[in-house]
Design a protein around this ligand. Structure first.
Ligand SMILES: [Zn+2]
Length: 159
């Protein structure tokens, strides 16, 4: 199972046996930071293989720059974003977009998708469940059919 270091954001591939009791306690293999955080609600709400399957389907050739799943309480839970962004950067981005989405929804209840342009990149924000969003970043407007299809599957499954 992949978990991200809370300090430097690096991926750590860990043996699930290490998470007895719903807590992830590990030293980051890159920066040595002693991580200790709860993963029980995370696992329950977000079957993480579905999320990683989705991210695996995203190829740079399709004009997609990156994508990530943002949870309002847990922060970024899975991501495939350009390396130059730290986990904190992506967290900040996620919380800003989630807040804008919520504001949009408060004035337009039928809102199902939000698209914004930041630094010439097209950000598409979809809400998958009460607290979970997927954000896809593309070089141009519109997303490939295959990506939209995968998102509609995630939405239907009521993540
Ligand atoms: Zn680290």
């Amino acid at each position: 199972m992949i978990l991200f270091c809370e300090d430097c954001g690096e991926k750590n591939d860990l043996d699930p046996a290490a998470f007895a009791g719903g807590k992830a306690v590990f030293r980051c293999s890159v920066c040595d930071y002693p991580n200790a955080y709860s993963i029980s609600s995370y696992e329950k709400e977000c079957p993480s293989h579905k999320l990683t399957d989705f991210l695996d389907a995203i190829q740079p050739s399709s004009g997609i720059i990156g994508a990530f799943f943002y949870h309002e309480e847990q922060g970024v839970i899975e991501q495939k974003m350009p390396q130059l962004l730290t986990r904190n950067d992506i967290d900040t981005l996620g919380s800003g977009l989630a807040r804008s989405y919520a504001e949009g929804q408060s004035s337009c209840r039928d809102l199902t998708k939000m698209a914004v342009v930041i630094s010439d990149k097209y950000f598409s924000v979809f809400k998958l469940s009460t607290h979970l969003y997927v954000i896809v970043i593309a070089a141009g407007p519109g997303l490939p059919d295959k990506i939209l299809e995968l998102i509609s599957i995630l939405e239907k499954e009521g993540m």
